[in-house]
Design a protein around this ligand. Structure first.
Ligand code: FAD
Length: 398
C-alpha cells in the first residue's frame, strides 16, 4: 500500500481521511485503529450515553457503509507499535509492516492514572462509558476524583441518575486552575445547587476496598469516604508510547511545526496528540478538545494534498461542556492569573460571560449559557480585535 496511512481511528483520524477525499485526493487511505469499534464521538459518551441514557448506536460517528463509500479502509483491532521514518513504514503488533507516502499520527490521549487506586473507573472509551453507566444506575454512592470537564460531567450524569455524588478536587474550585477563583466559585455553586458534595483543596491518597463490597477513598488529610463507585478524571496524556525509538520529538505529544508537520518528512500529527506553535497566540500548544481535532485534521489534509502551498494552523481554541443542563464554553487561552471581568451575569437565565484580559488584550473568555456571545468572542479573538471594540461587539461598555 502506498498512500496516506492514518494511525488512530477517532475524530482526528476520520476527519483527516474525509478531508483528503474532499480535496480530491485519489490515493489509498488506510486508518489503523487499536480499538474494536467503528469510530464514535467521545464527547457523546459523557453526555448522550451517560447523562441522557441514549444507545451506543447514537454515539457512532460513521458506519462501515460511510467509510466504504468514501474509499477509506478502516482496520480495527490493529495497533501500531513502531515507526521507521527512514523506511516510511509502521509496524503492527503482529510484526507486519505497512508503508506510507504520508503518515498522520492521530493516536489521541489516554486518561492519566491515579496512583494507588484499585477498582476505579476511567472514562475514555465506549466500553468505559457502558461499564460506568451500569455502575451508576440507581441510588449508589459515587466519588468523583477531579472536578475538570470529565469529572464534572460524570458528577452531573450520576446525579441525574439518582446517585449521591461527592467530588474531590485539589484546587480551591472546579476548573479553578484554568479559570481562577471568581468563575470557579460560580461553578462550585452549580454543582452544589444539584446536591453534589464538593471536597475542595484535598487530593486522594489511595483507593481500596471498604471491607463491605464497596470502595474506600482515603484523602491526603486521612479522611475516608466509603462509596460504591469511584470515577477518576484527572486529565490525560498523549499516546506516543508506540513512537519510542522513531526519532520523532515526542516530549508532551508529537512536536510539529506550524503546518502540523512532525520532525520527519511526510509525517503529520492532528488532534489530542499534536503539539505545535500557534502563531495567533504566540504559544506552543497541545489541545485535548474535539473542535481542535476537527480543525487540525482539515489543515493536515490540506497540507498533504498541497505541499507547495501549506497552511499554517493558528486557531482560536474552543471547548464546550454540558453540565446539569447548562452549557459551559471556553474560547482562547484564559489563565487563572489573568484579570477577570464579568461582563454578563443574569440570574434569570443563569448566563454568565467572563473575559480574561492580559496586557490589555483579550486572551480568552468563559461563558455559561451564552452561546451567541461565545461565537462573537471567538471571532473577535481570531481577528485579534482591540478590547474596547470587543466589548462594544458584545454590547458592553469598556
Ligand atoms: C468522555 C469525554 C467527553 C469529552 N467531552 C468533550 C467536550 O464536551 N468538548 C470537547 O471539546 N472535547 C471533549 N472531549 C475531548 C475530545 O473527545 C477529544 O479531544 C477528541 O476525542 C480527540 O480526538 P483524537 O482523534 O485526537 O483522539 P482520540 O479520540 O483519543 O482517538 C485516538 C484513537 O487512536 C487510537 N490509538 C491510540 N494508539 C493507537 C495505536 N498505537 N495504534 C492504533 N490506534 C491507536 C485509540 O484507540 C483512539 O481511538 C471529551 C473526551 C471524553 C473522553
Amino acid at each position: 500500500m502506498t498512500g496516506v496511512l492514518i494511525v488512530g481511528g477517532s475524530i482526528a483520524g476520520v476527519r483527516t481521511a474525509e478531508g483528503l477525499r474532499r480535496l480530491s485526493y485519489e490515493g489509498g487511505i488506510t486508518i489503523l485503529e487499536a480499538g474494536p469499534d467503528l469510530p464514535y464521538d467521545r464527547p457523546a459518551l459523557s453526555k448522550q450515553l451517560l447523562a441522557a441514557g441514549e444507545s451506543a448506536e447514537s454515539v457512532m460517528l460513521r458506519s462501515q457503509a460511510d467509510l466504504d463509500k468514501a474509499g477509506i479502509e478502516l482496520r480495527r483491532g490493529c495497533r501500531a507499535v513502531g515507526l521507521d521514518v527512514e523506511a516510511r513504514t509502521v509496524r503492527l503488533a503482529d510484526g507486519a509492516l505497512i508503508d506510507y507516502s504520508d503518515l498522520v499520527i492521530a493516536t489521541g490521549s489516554a486518561p492519566r492514572k491515579l496512583p494507588a487506586a484499585h477498582g476505579v473507573h476511567y472514562l475514555r472509551t465506549l466500553r468505559d462509558a457502558l461499564d460506568l453507566r451500569d455502575a451508576i444506575e440507581g441510588p449508589v454512592r459515587v466519588v468523583v476524583v477531579g472536578a475538570g470537564f470529565i469529572g464534572s460531567e460524570v458528577a452531573a450524569a450520576a446525579t441525574a441518575r439518582s446517585a449521591s455524588v461527592t467530588v474531590v478536587e485539589p484546587y480551591a474550585f472546579p476548573l479553578g486552575r484554568v479559570l481562577g477563583d471568581l468563575v470557579g466559585k460560580r461553578l462550585a455553586r452549580l454543582h452544589e445547587s444539584k446536591g453534589v458534595q464538593l471536597i475542595l483543596g484535598r487530593s486522594v491518597r489511595e483507593v481500596g476496598a471498604d471491607g463491605a463490597g464497596g470502595r474506600r477513598v482515603v484523602l491526603d488529610d486521612g479522611t475516608t469516604l466509603d462509596c460504591d463507585v469511584v470515577v477518576v478524571g484527572i486529565g490525560a496524556t498523549p499516546r506516543t508510547g508506540w513512537l519510542a525509538g522513531s526519532g520523532l520529538d515526542v516530549a508532551d505529544g508529537v512536536g510539529c511545526d506550524e503546518f502540523c508537520h512532525a520532525s520527519a518528512p511526510h509525517v503529520f500529527a492532528a488532534g489530542d496528540v499534536a503539539r505545535w506553535p500557534n502563531a495567533l497566540f504566540a504559544e506552543v500548544m497541545r489541545i485535548e478538545h474535539w473542535t481542535n481535532a476537527v480543525e487540525q485534521a482539515g489543515v493536515v489534509a490540506w497540507n498533504i494534498v498541497h505541499p507547495d502551498k501549506p497552511r499554517a494552523y493558528a486557531p482560536v481554541p474552543y471547548v464546550w461542556s454540558d453540565q446539569y443542563g447548562s452549557r459551559l464554553q471556553i474560547v482562547g487561552r484564559p489563565r487563572a492569573d489573568d484579570e477577570v471581568r464579568i461582563v454578563l451575569d443574569d440570574p434569570a437565565d443563569g448566563s454568565l460571560v467572563a473575559l480574561y484580559v492580559r496586557d490589555r488584550r483579550l486572551a480568552g473568555a468563559f461563558a455559561l449559557n451564552a452561546p451567541s456571545q461565545t461565537l462573537q468572542l471567538r471571532r473577535a479573538l481570531a481577528a485579534r480585535a482591540p478590547l474596547d471594540e470587543i466589548m462594544a461587539t458584545i454590547g458592553v461598555e469598556y
